[in-house]
Design a binder for this molecule. Structure first.
Ligand code: NAD
Length: 348
């Protein structure tokens, strides 16, 4: 079921195949330097194996950086399943993925990501011990999305202080792309803080709900990045900050939950050149993995533990923004450099 593939950039890369259940996917362990590789399981349609491998390699590398930025004793890993979650996801397929994860003997811990829900994690847990984000069980941490949203919200306040001179989000106009698990919670926090919302999602029902619940303004998905707003919050797919979209962005601050928002590393510089402050995604969206880590690390009183680490993550973001300002650079390369230095200091 697991076939090891060669990789020069990652510690381990596997193809996962189970013809009986239709499972096709990949698992990548980028680094176990800080601890077991941890990172979510994503299910989506890919344009072939190469696209899925690219995604799992990028995402798992991102997890090494994210876990380090969140101050966790965890390395970086990720898994992807190729398929449409609405059509192809079955209990048997999820259990097959669970068996593949179990075969890695704890070197990789999985959790929820795009296309997955807590119930799916429970199905996977029938076959493996190395799954977190469960609703039930002694250390169950549940859906990480509300904590992810809280971390993004905190980061947004730090960014607002930098760009607008105040971290108060009241009356700020935020364009949110994606009203899924994280986007929805983020909208609620922003609404409660008095922000105005423009929203987009491929799912018209979610948009209609946001319009009625938060008084949000509906925007076409292909236009949301270009909304005349103060802040753009990508909470859907990666690669949204690219050569085509960056010239059209009208917000002065970009911060959201989506992983790998920059299509290319240079896109961070392109945003900086346009005077747009981009907050590194893997620092802003680390709340979810902090919540999941409490389960992996078997923390008993997890509430205060999680809150403490969210505060530390916020302090790290502020430190990155200060350094970026001092050096006149985009926060993206500054964050990378800080984390790479941190990883290098750990003995192999
Ligand atoms: P989700 O699957 O629950 O929601 C994604 C939403 O985006 C869906 O409603 C989908 O219809 C919408 N969408 C997809 N393509 C779109 C497009 N082009 N325009 C507008 N909407 C679009 O996923 P989620 O858990 O909310 O995660 C969102 C992003 O945040 C992902 O990139 C994920 O990797 C990242 N993330 C999530 C967590 C977490 O705790 N769930 C933690 C860290 C990072």
């Amino acid at each position: 079921m697991l076939t090891r593939l060669a990789s020069t950039s990652h510690e381990e890369l596997y193809r996962v195949d189970d013809p009986e259940t239709g499972l096709r996917g990949f698992i990548a362990l980028h680094s176990t330097r800080l601890g077991p590789a941890a990172g979510g399981l994503r299910m989506r349609v890919y344009d072939g194996d190469a696209a899925a491998i690219d995604d799992v390699l990028n995402l798992s590398r991102g997890m090494s950086y994210k876990n380090a930025a969140a101050g966790l004793p965890l390395g970086g890993g990720k898994a992807v399943i190729m398929g449409d979650p609405a059509r192809d996801k079955t209990p048997a397929l999820l259990r097959a993925m669970g068996r593949a994860i179990e075969a890695l003997q704890g070197r990789y811990w999985t959790a929820e990501d795009m296309g997955m829900a807590p119930d799916d994690m429970a199905e996977i847990a029938r076959e493996t011990r190395f799954v977190a984000g469960l609703d039930h069980g002694q250390h169950a941490s549940g859906d990480p999305s509300p904590i992810t949203a809280k971390g993004v919200f905190n980061a947004m306040r730090a960014g607002a202080a930098e760009v607008f001179g105040s971290d108060d989000l009241r009356s700020r106009h935020v364009a949110v792309q994606g009203l899924g698990h994280v986007g929805w919670h983020l909208c609620r926090l922003l609404h409660e803080a008095g922000a105005h919302l423009s929203v987009a999602d491929m799912n018209a029902g979610r948009v209609a709900n946001a319009v009625s619940e938060f008084g949000a303004c509906a925007v076409a998905p292909e236009q949301i990045h270009a909304t005349e707003a103060d802040i753009f919050a990508p909470c859907a797919v990666g690669g949204i900050l690219n050569a085509r979209t960056i010239p059209e962005i009208r917000a002065r601050l970009v911060v959201g939950a989506a992983n790998n928002q920059l299509a290319m590393p240079e896109d961070g510089d392109a945003l900086h050149a346009r005077g747009i402050l981009y907050l590194p995604d893997y620092v802003a969206n680390g709340g979810g993995i902090i919540n999941v880590a409490a389960e992996i690390l078997r923390i008993t009183d997890s509430g205060p533990w999680v809150a403490e680490r969210l505060d530390a993550m916020q302090a790290t973001m502020t430190q990155i923004l200060n350094r970026a300002k001092g050096e006149g650079l985009s926060p993206a390369p500054i964050a990378d450099r800080m984390i790479e230095d941190q990883l290098l200091q750990v003995a192999v």
